[in-house]
Design a protein around this ligand. Structure first.
Ligand code: GLP
Length: 243
């Protein structure tokens, strides 16, 4: 695993954006696996800046997002589709037809998951997967004790994730209790994985995920078994990590 330890969030965002920009330049029609959460917002901002400066072209890029709340429509400002439009897609020349987020309004869980696995498969998998890290080690919405071998599935969110994400909603009661998420199997099949972490609150889980045993109790620990992972973090998040 390559580790970039940066001074602060701004530098983390710049380095992560450099890595993604290099991927797009080397393979203009690449498939990016994209993540939500507060961590990648700065990275997306840097990608937008490069696009505006004329250094980056998204016209052939395809993107497949990790997850979506079950029950939220794309117009809901807490849906991950809305997030992606707002923080990236609306500001670059990506063709929205080439951007995929699980269908939060599909009530049939099996269909929603089967369709999404079909989308991943029809794209030939993911070239570069971007990941944030939940405080309990979740990646996408693969919560602790997730089975590593799963494709896209519907999950019950844990109390810890619901309370962590409540800050985006009017109250914890409004946070959906279920989500569709790409499975760990699909994440692990990505050719390259870039994990972005920032802030002191992530230091314990970074240590557990990358220095502890590989266990479903810490879903991100499976990344230790992937051959091409880049971890980009600030000093605060990496303070317990000894590479
Ligand atoms: C959410 C998302 C994850 C994300 C995590 C961490 O639960 N489903 O994909 O990685 O939050 O978010 P943050 O970056 O805000 O800490």
């Amino acid at each position: 695993m390559r580790v970039y330890c940066e001074a602060d969030y701004d530098h983390v965002s710049r380095v992560a954006a450099n890595i993604i920009a290099a991927q797009i330049m080397m393979k203009p029609d690449c498939v990016l696996g994209l993540a939500t959460g507060s961590t990648p917002i700065g990275t997306y901002g840097q990608l937008i800046r490069r696009y505006r400066e004329g250094d980056l072209d998204f016209s052939q890029v395809h993107s497949i997002n990790l997850d979506e709340y079950r029950g939220l429509s794309p117009e809901n400002d807490q849906s991950y589709r809305y997030f992606m439009n707002k923080h990236l897609f609306d500001s670059v020349n990506i063709d929205k037809k080439n951007t995929f987020v699980p269908d939060g309004v599909e009530e049939d869980r099996e269909k929603a998951c089967r369709d999404y696995d079909g989308i991943i498969r029809s794209h030939g998998g993911i070239d570069m997967q971007i990941l944030g890290l939940g405080h309990n080690g979740h990646i996408g919405f693969n919560e602790p004790d997730s089975v590593f071998e799963k494709g896209t599935h519907c999950v019950q969110l844990t109390e810890s994730t619901i309370s962590a994400n409540a800050r985006f909603f009017a109250s914890a009661d409004e946070v959906p209790k279920e989500a569709y998420t790409m499975g760990i199997q699909s994440i692990m099949q990505a050719k390259k994985i870039v994990v972005i972490v920032s802030g002191e609150s992530k230091k314990e889980i970074v240590k557990k995920a990358f220095m502890g045993p590989v266990t479903p109790q810490v879903p991100a620990s499976v990344l230790q078994l992937h051959s091409d992972v880049i971890l980009v973090g600030d000093k605060a998040a990496l303070s317990e990590y000894v590479g």
